[in-house]
Design a protein around this ligand. Structure first.
Ligand code: UTP
Length: 412
């Protein structure tokens, strides 16, 4: 594509970002083209307004937070079979697809490579990707269908992810695996200037797991799902090695209740556990961060002794395609993270910071829940479905996940 340099320069001047062309002349033709394409695609109004927000306090005084009801999977009694039959029928008919979000940076874990390639130290030494794939293959066999698996990567880890799958012959599931890349936004410094990376291009970062809905649409994956007759999509993270992506009960309840979204929760380990909890915000389904509620709200219980805000959101949600299309076409708010980012300064020096120096903007998956009319929450057992791998050591680490995995599958 031919870009009008004069027009681009005018735009950069207007938004105070002229430095983005500082090293343009030193780039080869491909990179020149790439840089102009990047600049052309930047929504400078959005970046400016996000930068302004870094200077504001983020209190949401006008948001009314209320508890959200849930269904306990272990107390369904005779309804269990009823829901299971509905869900099993839909799965057998090929109506379910699985999406795994694997575009994150995994900063806390500190693994050198995509998080899905990480070996949590099981005797089998299988990677997180292989554990998830084994599970999907087994469920496909059980229901006599081929459940399609859509994997979201980011520009940063897409090539490494695909290479890993190729090397492992797609774990024998190649025909049913699709990769798509999530969106990105430029990173800005503390003065609001967009950063230039070591490659001379704009320094961009993945736009958060909330980018999944829009990326599913833009990448054509929703279309592929429709072609395969999919109606329901389970969306989960790559870093929960006990995630149960194919759950006839969750599907059966969603279908029977005629909702377009359903989420799984586990009870908070204690009222102050640092996790988000399902709630209603201004009457709509949402998730409240632990930092958003007061101590009194955190401790409050209902007449059965359940914490009012005790249903942790574990990034295990099921959506009808209709809901994904609605959520993917609605802009989500961005949250601000202050991160370390290596960049090229205005004099051409490479700067490797030893403390955070740049803002990254991320959308959160649950900010879209308000777009659905209603959402069913299913409480499941932590030990059956939740073994997160977040930190290198301690809580939610490979060690804790490995124990949970081995206990669940009775491996040692
Ligand atoms: P986390 O929020 O735990 O982030 O992601 P992370 O990247 O794994 O780890 P940290 O915070 O850098 O240490 C939860 C899930 O959402 C995915 C992750 O890959 C993980 O499966 N995710 C997160 C994305 O796919 N894209 C993103 O932009 C962010």
């Amino acid at each position: 594509m031919n870009y009008d340099i004069a027009e681009i320069k005018y735009k950069l001047k207007k938004y105070g970002q002229e430095h983005l062309l500082n090293f343009y002349d030193t780039l080869d033709e491909n990179k020149k083209e790439e840089l102009l394409k990047q600049i052309n695609e930047i929504n400078f109004e959005l970046i400016n307004s996000l930068y302004s927000k870094t200077k504001e306090s983020t209190k949401n005084e006008n948001v009314q937070i209320e508890p959200m009801s849930f269904i306990d999977k272990s107390k369904l009694n005779d309804k269990y079979k009823f829901y299971e039959d509905i869900g099993k029928k839909a799965i057998k008919e090929g109506k379910l697809a699985v999406v795994t979000m694997a575009g994150g940076q995994g900063t806390r874990l500190g693994h050198n490579g995509p998080k899905g390639t990480f070996d949590i130290g099981l005797d089998s030494h299988k990677s997180l990707f292989e554990l998830l794939c084994d599970y999907i293959k087994e469920e496909s066999r059980k229901y006599d269908v081929q459940i399609p698996w859509f994997i979201m990567t980011s520009n940063e880890n897409n090539a490494d992810t695909i290479e890993f799958f190729k090397k492992n012959k797609y774990f024998g599931y190649e025909k049913n695996i699709y990769f798509f890349i999530q969106g990105e936004l430029p990173m800005v410094d503390t003065e609001g200037k967009i950063l230039i990376g070591e490659d001379g291009l704009i320094k961009e970062a993945a736009d958060g797991h909330g980018g999944v809905y829009e990326s599913l649409i833009k990448s054509g994956m929703i279309q592929k799902m429709k072609e395969r007759g999919v109606e329901w999509v389970f969306i989960g993270g790559v870093d929960n090695c006990l995630v149960k992506m194919v759950d006839p009960i969750l599907m059966g309840i969603a279908i029977d209740e005629k909702v377009t979204a359903a989420g799984k929760s586990v009870v908070k380990a204690n009222p102050y556990e640092k996790v988000g909890a399902f709630c209603k915000k201004n009457g709509r389904p949402s998730v409240v961060e632990y930092s958003e509620i007061t101590e009194d709200m955190a401790k409050a219980t209902d007449e059965n002794g359940n914490l009012l805000y005790g249903e942790s959101h574990i990034l295990c949600n099921l959506f009808n395609i209709v809901a994904i299309e609605r959520m993917g076409n609605t802009p989500l708010p961005y949250h601000i993270a202050f991160k370390k980012a290596t960049y090229i300064d205005k004099d051409g020096n490479k700067i490797v910071p030893d403390s955070p120096n740049a803002y990254k903007f991320e959308a959160f998956l649950f900010d879209a829940f308000g777009e659905v009319d209603n959402m069913v929450i299913l409480r499941v057992k932590r030990e059956d479905e939740f073994a997160p791998v977040k930190n290198a050591t301690g809580v939610d680490s490979p060690e804790t996940a490995r124990k949970l995995y081995n206990d669940f599958y009775k491996l040692s």
